[in-house]
Design a protein around this ligand. Structure first.
Ligand code: ADP
Length: 177
């Protein structure tokens, strides 16, 4: 356990988000919910076609998912029952609303989890791969936004950040301390 906010543990682990045994894992998706590389590709590969089938349905009904918003699907073959797909901002230097949009990703994902009565949720480091958001800046937004949300919402048991590399884990550990 790394930090406690009210009743919720915020934990940090290094690993693969597709292997997490939580109620929901969060996907760093794109606005067309079309799948892709990075964490998105890994989730669809591990979770099987049921996830994309629901993404297709959401795309038909509402045209995808805007940046900063989130949608929820089944977890398919994953341990997690659900995948929350959120669309992070593409880093364009930081003056185009990137911090607010990234914070919104975490808030909207947590909100969806609350609405679905999910008690444990795992996040990758949204936007810090192909979308180019600097890791340290993104980690500060992630930790601050989750902490603020948990100060006002006590229904979670655990919020877990899953960092792909040891270096990323170390950055989060330093910032959360
Ligand atoms: P984005 O397009 O939002 O930048 P990416 O998937 O390219 O999304 O990268 C987001 C973060 O997820 C990066 O820090 C990357 O290292 C990490 N990542 C990639 N694959 C996995 C995985 N299987 N589990 C956890 N994190 C992952």
């Amino acid at each position: 356990m790394e930090k406690k906010v009210n009743q919720t543990d915020i934990t940090l682990v290094q690993g693969d988000i597709t292997q997490q045994r939580v109620s929901a894992i969060t996907n760093a998706a794109n606005s067309r919910l079309a799948g892709g590389g990075g964490v998105d590709g890994a989730i669809h590969r591990a979770g099987g076609p049921a996830i994309m089938a629901e993404c297709d349905k959401i795309r038909r009904e509402q045209g995808g998912c805007p940046t900063g918003q989130a949608v929820i699907t089944t977890g398919g073959d994953l341990y997690a029952d659900h995948v929350i797909h959120t669309v992070g901002p593409i880093w364009e230097g930081g003056m185009s609303g990137e911090p607010e949009l990234l914070a919104s990703c975490y808030r909207q994902s947590l909100k969806l989890a609350v609405e679905n009565e999910l008690k444990t949720i795992a996040f990758p480091s949204i936007s810090t791969g192909v979308y180019g958001y600097p890791m340290e800046k993104a980690a500060i937004v992630a930790i601050e936004t989750v902490t603020l949300f948990l100060e006002e919402n006590e229904e979670f048991k655990e919020v877990r950040f899953v960092l792909f590399s040891v270096d990323d884990l170390k950055q989060y550990q330093r910032l959360i301390a």
